[in-house]
Design a protein. Structure first.
Length: 146
């Protein structure tokens, strides 16, 4: 697929994820093998100490990795996360979070990804999480949609 087709495919699929709208997350960038998602700071996604909840951090990290995987899929295939491990490195606080997902290995049945989440504030950036995710390649003919 052409870069503009990949971009449109990812953005169309992302728009169907109601969790992203609920959190207030948006796609920042789509490149072959890499996707960036941003989550503006909001009091609606905080835990009891005032940091962005780990669930919200994991959600944008997982989606960045999943969509990075989708960028390398042919038209008749999609991906589903089968496993991920996330390390929370520092409390997530700032003006926004930026999750970057990258394809590490694009296999026939598994795609392995690495993601990083950064807290950004006042022009500074600090890594707050790292994720590795395994994605299963699925045929879109199985009834799954991007």
């Amino acid at each position: 697929m052409q870069p503009h087709e990949i971009d449109a495919r990812v953005r169309d699929s992302f728009a169907k994820q109601s969790i992203m709208a609920t959190l207030g997350a948006e796609i920042l960038a789509v490149r072959p093998g890499e996707v960036e998602i941003v989550l503006p700071f909001s009091d609606k996604v905080l835990q009891q100490h005032g940091f962005v909840h780990a669930g919200a951090v994991a959600t944008i990290a997982d989606s960045a990795c999943g969509y990075a995987g989708l960028t390398v899929m042919p038209r008749d295939a999609a991906v589903l996360t089968t496993e991920f491990k996330i390390n929370l490195l520092s409390p997530a606080k700032g003006d926004r979070l930026r999750a970057v997902g990258r394809v590490i290995r694009n296999g026939k049945s598994l795609v392995i990804t690495l993601g990083e989440v950064f807290a950004e504030s006042g022009g500074t950036s600090k890594q707050v999480a790292m994720i590795t995710a395994s994605l299963m390649v699925v045929s879109t003919g199985t009834g799954l949609k991007d």
